[in-house]
Ligand binder design. Structure first.
Ligand SMILES: Cc1cc2nc3c(=O)[nH]c(=O)nc-3n(C[C@H](O)[C@H](O)[C@H](O)COP(=O)(O)OP(=O)(O)OC[C@H]3O[C@@H](n4cnc5c(N)ncnc54)[C@H](O)[C@@H]3O)c2cc1C
Length: 441
């Protein structure tokens, strides 16, 4: 059975399609790292499924009197940022991959560098609209409580409590009305409109710090990680690219010599304070290891590394072998120590990510024959993450590729709840029928 594809050029076309209740998987910019877009034919070989492209839906943007951004249809983070610049405003949180769409970001509960200072995108969504299984447009507000009740809901919310302070838990947060669409990966409806808070486009100083390689000494990393926990009002982001990441950059882009790099976005109004009281006062790092960098170079380098790694894995014919683990700050040392042992299996690797949030992506770049060995390490890691009460997939979601690993994070309560909510909001199982809510995990 082959998949068929359908591009939607208008909301009316999409509404008519939804009324047919045909099983469909809808996508936007296809930047998700947990959906194997190049292998959908194989994945859906036993299903009759329509792959619906939402990236051509008509789009519009406006700024509300409260200075919130209202986006309708297919708007990317990049487009939104340049639109807001004209009003002296900026987004608070956005993924590193700026070509992704905002509506899809709601579905994946995306996070990004600035999440460290501004919190999750979920906390910035004020209102959204979605199309339900009958193609009817419905509105959800952040000020309303969850508009459904199911037998397992209370126990589900109780299970969620230990993940409350993490960006995304192993299963979607279900507290407010908007949560029906946030992080549910398009399994309950299609997001069509989003109203999000914005911030003033204030001045920022971009700085990087050179550190010894984490493989050899993690004391400097741990000191910085611990100290930045109290600097969220002065710093906007704290990101890491390790020395191995530099191999994926052009020679003139490389920073340091066999050294790890921590990037800081510092609010200019606090620059002196941060320089004097934080950067100049580190026990394990001297001030001559701190350098300024331009904004464009920072963004270019930060995005170039994950893109290159994605490319390398595709060229090797292997599915991306990377982690997306966030832990509570007190477990950060354990996480780094785990990666220190995971690096020793004789496969190329690198480490990067949202350092300030204890959320790092450890990536192997295996040959095809080494892929299974990486999976063995990741299984060990997820056992630890479960014990640490951390989040195994804190921003990229579960999609299809992470389903084999998520099982152990679900009790019968989560499985029951998924069945109940799918039954209520997607009675024909027409939205992403192989997603984590429907899969027999
Ligand atoms: C180099 C790189 C860096 C990245 N960095 C980050 C990062 O920092 N933070 C982060 O969170 N992610 C990151 N990602 C992952 C990815 O960009 C995000 O998951 C993003 O939200 C996906 O958007 P998209 O438009 O590509 O969605 P798609 O890949 O097209 O779809 C992703 C999922 O959303 C669902 N979906 C799409 N559109 C809708 C809709 N309108 N309504 C309902 N469901 C929908 C799809 O069914 C699918 O399950 C990165 C990816 C890459 C390649």
């Amino acid at each position: 059975m082959a998949i068929s594809t359908k591009v939607f050029y208008s909301l009316d076309e999409l509404k008519s399609h939804l009324k047919t209740h045909k099983k469909s998987f809808y996508h936007s910019s296809q930047t998700s790292t947990v959906i194997p877009y190049d292998r959908l034919e194989t994945i859906f070989k036993d299903e009759e499924i329509i792959v619906g492209d939402l990236s051509k839906l008509p789009s519009s943007m406006s700024l509300t009197p409260e200075k919130r951004l209202l986006v309708k249809g297919a708007v990317s983070w990049q487009e939104a940022k340049s639109y807001l610049k004209g009003f002296g405003r900026n987004l608070m949180t956005s993924p590193t991959e700026q070509l992704a769409l905002i509506s899809a970001g709601v579905a994946t509960s995306c996070t990004g560098e600035r999440c460290y200072s501004f919190g999750t995108m979920r906390s910035q969504v004020k209102r959204l609209k979605y199309l339900d299984f009958n193609g009817e447009e419905k509105e959800l507000k952040s000020t309303d409580i969850l508009p459904i009740e199911t037998p397992s809901l209370k126990d589900y919310q109780n299970d969620f409590k230990k993940y409350q302070t993490l960006k995304n838990a192993p299963f979607p947060r279900m507290e407010k009305a908007i949560d029906l669409m946030i992080g549910t990966e398009g399994q309950l409806g299609i997001v069509t409109e989003v109203e999000i808070e914005t911030t003033e486009d204030f001045d920022i100083n971009f700085v990087f710090i050179l550190l010894p390689r984490w493989e050899e000494n993690i004391a400097p990393h741990l000191e910085i990680h611990q100290k930045v926990q109290n600097l969220r009002e002065k710093l906007v982001s704290v990101e890491l690219l390790d020395s191995n990441c530099m191999n994926y950059l052009k020679d003139d882009e490389k920073l340091g010599v066999n050294q790890d790099v921590i990037f800081l976005e510092i609010r200019s109004e606090h620059f002196e304070d941060v320089y004097e009281n934080f950067l100049s006062n580190l026990e394990h790092t001297t001030i001559d290891q701190v350098f300024e960098i331009t904004e464009s170079k920072f963004h270019h380098i930060r995005a170039a590394v994950p893109r290159a790694i994605f490319e390398v894995n595709s060229q090797m014919g292997v599915v991306k072998k990377g982690t997306d683990v966030q832990v509570h700050p007190d477990k950060f040392k354990e996480l780094l120590n785990f990666y220190r042992s995971a690096k020793d299996i004789g496969i190329r690797y690198c480490l990067f990510g949202h350092f300030g949030d204890a959320h790092l992506h450890f990536n192997y770049m295996p040959e095809k024959t080494q892929a299974a060995k990486c999976d063995e390490e990741f299984i060990k890691l997820y056992d630890e993450v479960l014990k640490w009460e951390g989040s195994p997939f804190a921003e990229h979601g579960i999609g299809m590729l992470k389903q084999p690993y998520i099982k152990k994070f679900y009790s019968q309560t989560e499985k029951n709840f998924f069945g109940e909510i799918k039954g209520m909001l997607d009675p024909h199982n027409q939205f992403f029928p192989t997603g984590f809510m429907s899969a027999k995990l």
